[in-house]
Design a protein around this ligand. Structure first.
Ligand SMILES: *Cc1c(COP(=O)(O)O)cnc(C)c1O
Length: 367
């Protein structure tokens, strides 16, 4: 078995050697040099989301992306609040599960995994159910790779005067998002997706005057977004509890590399070229995509199982892993699919050689 392989998964994903290298130094969690890095990260994240420091803050939270979502949902919805969840995949359903576990009042508007969240239906539910105070949805639903209409959805939510919470886990840093202009109240993402850091923390871009109303709301001590914000602001980059120092340092390096690449716009173009190359070559190897092109994001692509006697996902997975590639199983109950990510330190030539390996599996079972 190979020692190194390329992760073609939507996080953790392949990172550059230089991102990994900066983790070879130990950092002190309360030291000024380290705290300064944290502050730089917070300000760079706002800049990435085109949000001003006047109206927005960015808060870092220990744990994977789900911890950031749980911290947000558990902190920003008051006892008397009601959350509308828009779901067309497992990550939308996860927000529902978080709400259920935390005892938050919610309702879910569900769509099929191959259907975009429909703005008109959202509008109709909000008109009819005036108890709703907050609305949460996923931008790029990583379950399939479908892209939901972020700007239009936030526009509708804000027209009703409600709070918009966006899970932009697998899109932030890879797709341009105008947090302030579009009026997003809370946007959540994590270290190990399109910014191409290693896993270990999530971050939340928050509208300051909204988060300021959330003192003592949290249903958890460690996942209290308000308190985390207060300590990070007052103690200038200190986290309340031990922070993942190596991961934070690597993330800072990843942000510098994103800037060096030419920012979100250039990274988007690279991901798009990866994804389009992947689909073109997979189609010529006889595979079909699960989603029509119009609904597809450049982040991850879902493919149908091929109609081949010797095909099993497990055998193809193991064959590709031997060749140095890790792909991703499907997560749909009603379709036999697998997924391939196009994000991370991955380039068109990687897609070309991956597809050559897949073609070899298809044509002669890799023999
Ligand atoms: C990755 C991801 C998450 C978070 O998953 P973790 O395993 O907790 O990092 C949440 N939402 C979406 C859309 C994701 O892609």
């Amino acid at each position: 078995m190979r020692e190194h392989y390329l992760l073609l998964t939507p996080g953790p994903l392949s990172t550059t050697p230089s991102v990994k290298a900066v983790m070879l130094k130990d950092w002190c969690t309360w030291d000024d040099t380290y705290k300064h890095i944290v502050q730089l990260i917070r300000s760079k994240l706002l800049h990435l989301g085109r949000a001003s420091e006047t109206h927005y803050t960015s808060v870092l939270m220990q744990g994977s992306g789900t911890f950031g979502i749980e911290a947000t949902i558990g902190t920003v919805i008051p006892q008397a609040g009601k959350l509308l969840i828009l779901a067309n995949g497992v990550y939308g359903k996860r927000i529902e599960e978080i709400s259920r576990v935390l005892g938050i009042s919610y309702r879910t508007l569900e769509f099929a995994p191959n259907q975009m969240v429909d703005v008109e239906q959202v509008n109709a539910v909000m008109e009819q159910d005036t108890a709703i105070t907050h609305v949460a949805f996923v931008h790029c639903e990583t379950t399939t790779g479908i892209l939901n209409p972020l700007e239009k959805l936030v526009h509708t939510i804000k027209r009703h005067g409600k709070i918009a919470i966006v899970d932009a886990m697998s899109s932030f840093g890879g797709l341009a998002i105008e947090v302030e202009k579009w009026g997003i109240d809370y946007l959540i993402s994590s270290s190990n997706k399109c910014i191409q850091g290693v896993p270990g923390f999530s971050f939340i871009l928050s509208k300051k005057d909204e988060l300021a109303k959330c003192k003592d709301n949290a249903r958890s001590l460690s996942l209290d977004l308000y308190d985390q914000w207060q300590v990070m602001d007052q103690e200038e980059g200190k986290w309340r509890f031990t922070s993942p120092t190596h991961v934070v340092r690597a993330f800072y390096q990843a942000l510098l590399e994103l800037e060096a690449e030419g920012g979100v716009e250039r990274r988007y173009v690279r991901y798009l070229e990866n994804q389009q190359t992947l689909v073109r070559l997979m189609e010529s190897a006889g595979f079909k995509t699960y989603l029509p092109e119009a609904l597809q994001s450049p982040i991850i692509t879902t493919f149908m199982y091929p109609d081949l006697e010797h095909f099993t996902f497990e055998s193809m997975y193991l064959f590709l892993k031997e060749q140095g590639y890790v792909i991703y199983p499907g997560k749909l109950s009603d379709a036999q699919v697998f997924r391939i990510g196009s994000i991370g330190d991955v380039h068109v030539e990687d897609m070309v050689s991956l597809c050559a390996a897949i073609l070899s599996y298809v044509t002669n079972n890799g023999e």
